[in-house]
Design a protein around this ligand. Structure first.
Ligand code: NAP
Length: 265
């Protein structure tokens, strides 16, 4: 007991005081809860999305709780805007320690009707956007030889024995994220930058609003989920916080699912 007491840390194991984070797609849904939880843990958070006004609302929430935040309008598929986001964050907070690549879209369309434009839009945001943000942030992280990149994929990432119809472009983008993350984990390890992937199942956010509107569709999906419920955004944010903290210091290149047992079922 005495030994345990001596080893007890003075601060919370997931304390991010002094750390600087960027969360993309953070105006709503899971991005919002990631940003709020990282800020609650002490990080200064750049809240980024395509609407400056909505980002500012999240920053106001952070500040109300005594945290520090910065609202930044950024379309992750636009290289100039991504570079500007990184520049503004460094100007305001001095560095970048954590990137949560979260911004994404999921637009349902049968494959035979899918246009090249629709394919390109999804890949540009969900995959190229992750590349642009990871590269711009990793350049800053490499200078300080420390960084945590957390890429949000999905159970629709492929190789899991489940195919997801009508979102072929989305599945391709999420599979691409996994491959990219593993390669990055290897390439960035010498810079002490870890890269991990979080793959959520069905989570209660505006993204699944159309699925939830149809009781038959949602039931058909939940029947595959052993816990038989939709997850809460906070249940994913808890893992993001762990991966952003030093408690995950020996983890890189990992893919972790938060899915109520869907892929195990
Ligand atoms: P969400 O509520 O739709 O949030 C996604 C956010 O990303 C939105 O605010 C969206 O803005 C923003 N965004 C879209 N395009 C962007 C761009 N070009 N640049 C910057 N931001 C952009 O969805 P969510 O469920 O929280 O999803 C967060 C992440 O989790 C996504 O990567 C998603 O694929 C993944 N995911 C979600 C689920 C789920 O069940 N919800 C499951 C697995 C994985 P707009 O609203 O204006 O488009």
């Amino acid at each position: 007991m005495a030994n345990l007491k001596n080893k007890a840390p003075n601060k919370s194991p997931w304390d991010l005081t002094g750390q600087v984070a960027i969360v993309t797609g953070a105006r709503r849904g899971m991005g919002r809860t990631h940003a709020l939880l990282l800020a609650k843990a002490g990080a200064k958070v750049a809240v980024s999305d395509i609407s400056q006004e909505d980002c500012q609302k999240i920053v106001d929430e952070i500040k109300k709780e005594g945290g520090q935040g910065l609202a930044i309008k950024c379309d992750v598929s636009n290289k100039e805007e991504v570079e500007e986001m990184v520049k503004k964050t460094v100007e305001e907070f001095g560095k970048i320690d954590i990137l949560v690549n979260n911004a994404g879209i999921c637009q349902f369309k049968p494959f035979l009707e899918m246009t090249e434009k629709e394919w390109d839009k999804t890949i540009d945001i969900n995959l190229k956007g992750y590349f642009l943000c990871a590269q711009a942030c990793a350049k800053e992280m490499a200078k300080q030889k420390y960084g945590k990149i957390i890429n949000i994929a999905s159970v629709a990432m492929g190789q899991q024995g489940i195919g997801f119809p009508n979102i072929v472009h989305y599945c391709a983008s999420k599979g691409g994220i996994v491959g990219m993350s593993e390669a990055l984990a290897v390439e960035l390890a010498p810079y002490n930058i870890t890269v991990n992937t979080v793959s959520p199942g069905l989570i209660e956010t505006p993204m699944i609003a159309s699925i939830k509107q149809d009781p038959k569709t949602i039931e058909a999906m939940l029947v595959r989920v052993p816990m038989h419920r939709v997850g809460k955004p906070e249940e994913v944010s808890n893992l993001v916080l762990f991966l952003a903290s030093d408690e995950s210091s020996y983890m890189t290149g990992s893919v972790i699912v938060v899915d109520g047992g869907w892929l195990a079922g």
